[in-house]
Design a protein around this ligand. Structure first.
Ligand SMILES: [Zn+2]
Length: 490
């Protein structure tokens, strides 16, 4: 067997002011054929798992390019087309192949191309013809369009959010692909449109039990090859935005349809109950100040660079100043220009500085003050599980009695080491403000006396009922209350 593999992925928040070009891919991951490292990033596990399983089979794996850019805004059109055509050219050169196994995200939007994954998959299908297996692993924060479903044999999405299972799901993908290539199964996709959009953290109920139930069905029912909840991505203003239930059966389309509908409606029935309880900045700061002990972690959850925002909002900081909070540290506020000024001033300097809230409306106002430059670190990094996440040249400043980290490379706050590398002992502070929606939880919960999920300003389109969509459909919950027409037909 000869199998072609490649990866092309990013998550596009179409409301983000941070556009993506080739340099952004090169800064995150750009690996030409054979150059992909041994460990995968989020969307490239089909390549690393593929190396292992094809070696066991004695099959030939032909690697194309792997490219991943951290979540941000619109992808430059030329950048997308160049990367796409690079991979398609590698596929043509690899022919004949028995299968194409891809790592995608599913929410990439390029200037002039709303459904990049559909575009890529359709072109792959045209090159290999109708009989070659085409499959992909994707992130559930994606748009399952009709075009991409028509072009591929089957998809497997991550089940967990935070996405801790991307390697296991790549193993599912390859297992089904091998079974198909050896004639044991005939994968068929059945898709149910849940007619909703929501946020589904699997670290809490009710989504935890729902995902456990899917895993149990996959174990118990021999007809079911894979089950995926496609969460949808509310920050992507595209026509087919929304939550879908995907069932892959072994040739049992009718059974798949019924199961997708049953599970999809169960998911729909709990709409509005999945998200973490959120409070506004006034309540968050008051609650943190009133806490008997620290550190209280305030997650500025929607100004999350991991969701494509700039990460420079000052709404929580303004509230801290208004409520006279001290003994507080903020990590981070993205402001390359302010960092440059502080670097020029040097450690120990006291300078007038304006910083923050320059990227987009709804992120507060720039902060002015006489700041003390406490510590400068070039190429700063925080821990992230077993590895490190860079946050660029960074400066620790003190103003209004608050310690603030300004940085140059947008990164969500994964780990408390973010503070220690900048000379701040996170456990000694009463209040820690961080920018992350949910990924921070595993590490910060170990040191926090309390965690507050704070929805401050409007850096991110997190309220679909009120988001000014121009392309997304409006016939789904919560834009309408009864999208399935149950109340009118009952
Ligand atoms: Zn995701």
């Amino acid at each position: 067997m000869r199998i072609f593999t490649a990866a092309l992925a990013t998550e596009t928040n179409t409301f983000s002011p941070i556009c993506i070009d080739r340099r952004a891919f090169e800064a995150s991951l750009y690996a030409p054929p054979g150059k992909h490292p041994e460990t995968p990033t989020l969307c490239t596990a089909p390549i690393t798992v593929g190396r292992r399983v094809t070696a066991q089979k004695g099959w030939k794996l032909i690697e194309g390019t792997a490219a991943w850019a951290d979540p941000a805004g619109l992808v430059n059109r030329q950048t997308y087309e160049d990367l796409r055509d690079e991979i398609l050219g590698q596929l043509r050169a690899a022919l004949p192949v028995d299968a194409v196994v891809l790592g995608l995200h599913g929410a990439m939007v390029a200037d002039g191309c709303e459904d990049t994954e559909g575009d890529l998959l359709q072109r792959v299908r045209e090159i290999v013809g109708p009989d070659v297996l085409v499959c992909a692993e994707l992130d559930p924060h994606s748009h399952l369009t009709a075009r991409r479903a028509a072009a591929a044999d089957f998809f497997v999405f991550f089940k967990e959010f935070p996405h801790t299972d991307f390697v296991e799901r790549a193993e599912d993908l390859w297992r089904i692909a091998i079974d198909k290539l050896e004639g044991r199964v005939e994968p068929v996709m059945s898709i149910f449109d849940c007619r909703m959009i929501d946020v589904f953290p699997t670290s809490r109920e009710p989504m935890r039990s729902f995902v456990d139930k899917l895993i149990q069905i996959e174990r118990d029912d021999a007809d079911v090859l894979s089950l995926s909840v496609v969460h949808g991505f509310m920050a992507g203003d595209v026509a087919e935005m929304g939550t879908k239930m995907l069932v892959v059966t072994n040739g049992k389309a009718e059974k798949g349809e019924a199961l997708a509908r049953e599970l999809g409606l169960e998911l729909f029935s709990r709409r509005g109950t999945y998200r973490m309880p959120e409070i506004d900045e006034r309540q968050a700061v008051a609650q943190a100040l009133a806490a008997p002990a620290g550190p209280v972690v305030i997650a500025d959850m929607w100004d999350n660079p991991g969701g494509g925002t700039a990460g420079d909002a000052t709404v929580v900081l303004e509230e801290l100043i208004a409520q006279d909070a001290t003994d507080t540290a903020i990590g981070t506020i993205w402001d390359p220009m302010a960092v440059q000024i502080c670097m020029a001033a040097g450690e120990g300097a006291e300078i007038p500085l304006r910083f923050g809230a320059k990227s987009a409306p709804g992120t507060g106002r720039p902060i002015d003050g006489i700041v003390k430059v406490v510590k400068l670190v070039r190429n700063a990094e925080m821990r992230f599980g077993e590895s490190f996440a860079p946050f660029g040249d960074a400066v620790h400043i003190r103003v209004h009695g608050i310690d603030i980290i300004l940085n140059t490379t947008r990164a969500q706050s994964f780990d408390p080491s973010l503070f220690s590398v900048m000379g701040i002992d996170p456990t000694s502070k009463k209040i820690l403000v961080i920018k992350s929606t949910n990924h921070f939880f595993a590490s910060f919960s170990r040191i926090a006396s309390e965690i507050l999920y704070c929805s401050a300003g409007t850096p991110y389109p997190n309220d679909p009922a009120r988001t000014p969509y121009r392309r997304a459909r409006r016939d789904i919950w919560p834009m309408v209350t009864d999208p399935h027409g149950f109340e009118t037909t009952a």
